[in-house]
Design a protein around this ligand. Sequence first.
Ligand code: UD1
Ligand code: CA
Length: 502
Amino acid sequence: MSDPRPATHRPAAVVILAAGEGTRMRSTTPKVLHRLLGRTLLGHVLAACEPLAAGHTLVVVGHGREAVTASLPGHARSVVQHDQHGTGHATRLALEDIPAAQGTIVVLPGDAPLLTTDTLARLIAAHEASTAVATVLTTEVADPTGYGRVIRTAAGDVVRIVEHADATPAERAVREINAGVYAFTAEPLRQALGALSTDNVQGEEYLTDVIGMYVDKGLPVRIAAAGPRETEGVNDRAQLAAAARVIRDRIVTGWMRSGVAVLDPETVWIDVDVRLEPDTTVLPNVQLQGATTVAAGATIGPDCTLIDTVVGAGARVQRAHCDRAEIGADVSVGPYCYLRPGTRLGPAAKAGSFVEIKASEIGAGSKVPHLSYVGDATVGEHSNIGAGTVFVNYDGVAKHRTVIGSHARTGADNMFVAPVTVGDGAYTAAGSVIAQDVPAGALGIGRARQRNIEGWVERRRAGTAAANAAARAADPQGSGHPPDGGQPPDGGPADGEVGTGR
Ligand code: UD1
Ligand code: CA
């Protein structure tokens, strides 16, 4: 990513503290790896930092360190903190990893996904524009419980930061809190971190104690203000959901500003890596996930989930679940359609209602309109697949492919028993089980020939409403004679063989 900011505002290092356990998540997944909008908590923090183009991006890891380290992008690397002795200890280990770094060191928590690049850049610019050796991001909150409080003199000068656990009742009444985000000048920080004590209620090396040490020595400390939501950390799943809503709103607002129509923003969830062209429309209850892309003029929704799916220009997708599918231009999908991985729908194709497709290519203009399963198939162009068709792709051991040519018209309620091929321009009869190839231009019929046993109902179901209706149909004037019984003339089916559908 190109960076328009002057090089002097590039920090020497960004240090992200992410070694904590996050017990309140009550999860086997490390806290910073919980996901929102297609990205982990830590991923959001890293994404906010990336445009700062820091000389080093270090992530202090501890709990779940293998998984957290494996999740890091190429520009970041991990520093292991085996035992969590506090934020000051964590920062000290990171600086020991970059002994030569000079200039600005940004320190921030790995569980604050709402922080923006803009706020971090302002923090760095404010720090570098002053003589301060530390600039602390703070904000006023209605309920400061749990946070470190910023203690100032009557004149407003910062004195120190006191942790909630160590604060007096008067200090706890302070509503200006430490966001846990700082710009430090490297050299004084190294010295201060070496002098931290664990003489506090939690027995930890507090990074926040550095501020009071600077003030005591007469070194200048500054405050930078952040918006309230940006500094909210995630400690439990309720806070995770709250943060997700904030990010959702930012993403959806961004897309609306760039020309996407979103009719009900509160029910639309668009992952960070999704791309939409202008003049697309997103209707209520839609989740666009992963690397999904939507081209201009397409309409998605209502009620769709698209995962890693490509949607072409002008396509219409409604009430569909699509996973790794390619939907061509002007295609119609749904309502009530399930497209599984490997589905490719050519331009102006259709996958209609109660249709499931996987690992299949449907050519341009071809239609699967109703109630069908298409698996492991190739369908040519401008063919029509009859309602209620199943592509029988699995013999219990292996999967096989079906190939249907172009301009073919297959009948309703067909079974294509793969491997089988239907040629260009071929037809198949309704109700067929097609287990042998159908040559181009042929009509394939794969079903028993129908025969009718005349008078069967009046003989074998005498006295029923059906028999009476049959009698009236045979004799509309109604002579009044009850129909006679008797046997079918040619030894017709026994009763048990007659399915009445009841
Ligand atoms: C910290 C601040 C507090 C501030 C709050 C903002 C300190 C002493 N307190 O408190 O003033 O208001 O953040 O959210 O810094 N971590 C490590 N190693 C450790 C300890 C923590 O990597 O040994 C990481 C955690 O994983 C977390 C971050 O540092 O990402 C903050 O630690 P946490 O224990 O949550 O600090 P708070 O008590 O919230
Ligand atoms: Ca915290």
